[in-house]
Ligand binder design. Structure first.
Ligand code: ADP
Ligand code: ASP
Ligand code: MG
Length: 411
């Protein structure tokens, strides 16, 4: 007998039939005698609809009320799943974040979980109940208001709850049967990975693979939660296949590159003819940092004799307009001649722990992309990944090219 965390995403609970299918997976695990903490997302499309209504009601709405509205989606599915389970004769009850409680930080819309009251769930187990918990939401620990965890946050709810109840495993059920070498919607030849290291999954998620929220992978890594990604559409009684996210030491065979991720959530800013002198980088990047704008890739091109330079960098698409306003305001201190912005860019990244011990991995990509006529606008590298910024129109071609280049078509 084990204690399990289970999480079902939006497409897995999109209607009552699918919720019944989820109940079959739960019945199977229950039949094995396991205690179950089940986290659910809102029905597919629901969170977008709720967010749209908030935006329609007021362009810049009160984030606390936005959270109150958005959290309702998960409340509905938690209640419905409990009803369906009871209907099958399985004792179950629904829990909202504030009832457990799941206490969070104050950042409405992107709150972090700070504490989970595991006792409520464990007492439910003692009564023989399945706990059905609304994902994506918690209770702000000071104001007592409902807070949400950022898009995709139910993954984080699930891993955090699994850690809090010291679960033997956390199964994330979604609409694909595991983590693939790249998004299978873009590359049909993408292959499912049996295992992926926490560090690699963390990079994949933060570089655009939305199969898991980044924070959920961080928590799984820190608390050593064995996390298994699988499909809710697989036969509930059939063989279980999926991807185990685990420590590097548990992976026998390492490819140099494990996966390719891409993010369209990027924007590029170039400042022309900036003085090539000390203090200029600070004049540009400090005002952006003060406005909480993250800068990712940075390139500086100095010309030897003129004493001026061009600086190119990227910010997230959501911060693009704000970043430009801030830079124009700081123009007298920075002294650039013009600002060029582009949001039709994509960041393509290759990830693999094998890069630590192999040189020249990125260079191969530069050559392969050049051969396809794809111009690289910026590059960043770190220990287990490299990223290139290119024109968005080439996204699929570039992802496929790298996927083939690193042997992933036949992984
Ligand atoms: P859920 O609603 O279950 O949380 P998401 O839509 O958030 O599901 O995440 C699953 C989707 O993530 C898949 O349908 C797939 O298109 C996408 N995805 C992106 N990169 C990958 C990857 N490397 N492996 C698997 N899925 C990926
Ligand atoms: N329903 C939320 C979203 O769509 C949380 C989640 O599904 O993980 O982002
Ligand atoms: Mg998701």
């Amino acid at each position: 007998m084990a204690r399990l965390g289970m999480k079902f995403g939006g497409t897995s609970v999109a209607n009552i039939d699918r919720i019944r299918n989820v109940a079959r997976h739960i019945a199977r695990e229950r039949g094995e005698g396991h205690d179950l903490a089940v986290v659910v997302s809102a029905m597919a499309g629901k969170t977008n609809e709720l967010a749209g209504w908030c935006e329609e009601a007021a362009k810049l709405c009160d984030r606390r009320e936005y959270d109150a509205v958005l959290a309702s989606g998960e409340q509905v599915t938690a209640g419905l799943l409990a009803i369906v389970l009871q209907e099958r004769g399985i004792p179950a009850r629904s829990w909202q974040g504030w009832q457990i409680p799941i206490l969070t930080s104050n950042a409405h819309g992107s709150a972090r979980i700070e504490h989970i009251g595991a006792a409520a769930i464990l007492n439910g187990f003692a009564r023989g109940e399945v706990a059905v918990i609304a994902g994506f939401q918690g209770l702000h620990k000071e104001s007592g208001r409902i807070a949400t965890l950022g898009r995709g946050g139910s993954d984080t709810s699930a891993v955090a709850i699994a850690a809090a109840i010291e679960a033997d495993r956390c199964d994330i059920y979604t609409d694909v049967d595991g983590v693939y070498t790249t998004d299978p919607r873009i590359v049909p030849k993408a292959k499912r990975l049996d295992r992926i290291a926490f560090e690699e999954m963390l990079e994949m998620a933060s570089l655009g693979a939305k199969v898991l929220q980044v924070r959920s992978v961080e928590l799984a890594m820190v608390h050593k939660v064995k996390t298994f990604v699988r499909s809710s559409f697989d036969d509930p009684g059939g063989l279980k296949k999926g991807t185990l996210i685990c420590g590097e030491e548990d992976i026998v065979e390492n490819q140099v590159v494990t996966g390719i991720a891409f993010s369209r959530d990027e924007a590029q800013i170039t400042l022309r003819r900036v003085a090539d002198s000390p203090g200029i980088a600070a004049a540009i990047f400090i005002p952006l940092a003060e406005a909480n704008i993250n800068v990712d890739m940075i390139i500086q091109v100095a010309s030897e004799d003129s004493g001026v330079t061009d600086i190119t960098f990227t910010v997230s698409a959501a911060d693009f307009a704000r970043a430009q306003t801030i830079l124009f305001k700081a123009q007298p201190q920075i002294g650039f001649s013009s600002l060029h912005g582009a949001s039709d860019v994509v960041k393509i990244s290759a990830i693999g722990v094998g890069m630590r011990s192999h040189a020249g991995v990125a260079a191969l990509a530069f050559k392969a992309l050049a051969e396809k006529g794809i111009n690289i606008r910026a590059i960043t590298t770190s220990e287990i990944k490299f990223s290139v910024l290119i024109e968005a129109a080439y996204t699929e071609l570039a992802v496929r090219t790298l996927h083939t280049l690193y042997g992933l078509d036949k992984a």
